[in-house]
Design a protein around this ligand. Structure first.
Ligand SMILES: *Cc1c(COP(=O)(O)O)cnc(C)c1O
Length: 388
């Protein structure tokens, strides 16, 4: 299986139950608990780590099968599923903060920044922020013993890219585990465990689920780390429902096809925007003008479906453009059938203006392509950018 291409892995089943005739589509194990045949078997299941057939908060056959497909796509040993991307991220920080020092990049998903700035210090965890594109900055921060290095690549919403192969050895030297939020890239465009990451995190709500109808998170890692995380995570209780785990697997079956379409489509939109006179900046890994184009060529095999751009005139002008768009929905999240457009400065305004200003330019528009034909989306953006 490890030699198979991603299309083949994503489409296959990896069933955990041993029937003779097997369902070609997985069944949904919509059950809270699993009855043991004997009292001895019950006692054995009750103490087994990462058990799939005892109590669904501990594990469930739908979790096991879906997690094993994601682990295979990432080239990792195993994966843990969570009720959301944030649950995967917070479980990672809370499990590995024993030494109480986290080095994190400054450009991170808004929710992750909120957790690291507001909640982690309250729990006695020291967080040091560094620039994702400054290896010297990482080197300095990692001169002290560290528990966890938390990265994100490409970043949401500015599409910054972090050099995992350069940072992982520095982190390991400081005694840290490297966790990377790889949501925007998906396993189709980058395989970060091979570059030295210890944990790859996804908001499966986005590309892995792929249809805008479920919220889930995943951590792909080694058996040893998964065991350590599971020991806390089943008590944190952010359990994915069996139904959503099943739905996530259904989404995974088309992941490679969807992501390839979205790669191409977003590249076409980025190229169009890059040549438009009212657009002052475009951020997408497909562009030769991306400040990290050389790293992108080494680290990514596709650019992803999320891009962001700025129009002259700041927030007011950006709001007008977003108002005029017809195909794109004005909705948070991305990775599903509909293109989605947001003003990050507005979306995260609840975090306080100073925090948002530090993270994103006021007039930034984030656009994620969907399954539509790129020519229709470009025509729609073209009319939205045209002054009337
Ligand atoms: C959406 C997102 C998250 C949070 O995921 P949820 O499933 O909404 O909890 C984390 N990281 C990135 C990069 C995201 O885009």
């Amino acid at each position: 299986m490890s030699e198979w291409r991603v299309d083949t892995i994503a489409a296959q089943r990896r069933p955990v139950t041993g029937l003779i005739g097997e369902d070609v589509a997985p069944a949904i194990h919509s059950t809270v608990a699993f009855a043991a045949p004997t009292v001895e078997a019950f006692a054995e299941l009750a103490v087994r780590s990462r058990v799939d057939d005892f109590y669904t908060r501990y594990g469930n056959p739908n979790h096991a099968e879906t997690a094993s497909v994601i682990a295979a796509l990432e080239g990792g040993e195993t994966a843990l599923l969570f009720a959301s991307g944030m649950a995967a991220i917070t479980a990672t920080v809370l499990t590995f903060a024993a030494g109480s020092r986290v080095v994190a990049q400054r450009q991170l998903y808004g929710g992750t920044v909120g957790f690291l700035e507001e909640i982690a210090p309250r729990l006695g965890i020291e967080v040091v922020f560094v620039d994702h594109d400054d290896i010297d900055d990482f080197e300095t921060a990692l001169r002290r013993p560290t528990s966890l290095v938390l990265l994100e690549t490409p970043t949401n919403p500015l599409l910054g890219v972090t050099d995992i192969a350069a940072i992982a050895p520095l982190a390991h030297h400081a005694g840290a585990i490297v966790a990377v939020d790889a949501t925007l890239g998906s396993p189709i465009n980058q395989r970060l465990l091979e570059l030295g990451a210890d944990i790859v995190l996804h908001s499966a709500t986005k590309y892995l689920g792929g249809h805008g109808d479920l919220t889930a998170g995943v951590a792909v890692t080694s058996n040893t780390l998964a065991e350590r995380m599971w020991n806390d995570a089943y008590l944190f209780g952010a359990t994915l429902s069996a139904h959503d785990a099943w739905l996530l697997q259904r989404g995974l079956r088309t992941l490679p096809m969807r992501v390839r379409h979205q790669n191409e489509s977003a590249s076409a939109v980025a190229t169009y925007l890059d040549g438009h006179p009212s657009v002052v900046a475009v951020h997408h890994p497909s562009l030769a003008t991306h400040p990290q184009a050389e790293l992108i060529a080494r680290q990514m095999t596709g650019p992803g479906g999320v891009l962001s751009f700025e129009v002259g005139g700041g927030l007011g002008a950006a709001e007008q453009v977003v108002t005029r768009l017809q195909i794109a929905s004005r909705a948070a999240s991305f990775g599903g059938p509909l293109p989605a457009v947001v003003l990050p400065a507005r979306m995260w305004s609840g975090m306080g203006s100073a925090a948002v200003e530090r993270m994103v330019p006021a007039g930034l528009i984030r656009l994620a392509v969907g399954f539509e034909h790129p020519a229709d989306l470009i025509a729609d953006i073209d009319q939205a950018l045209t002054e009337r």
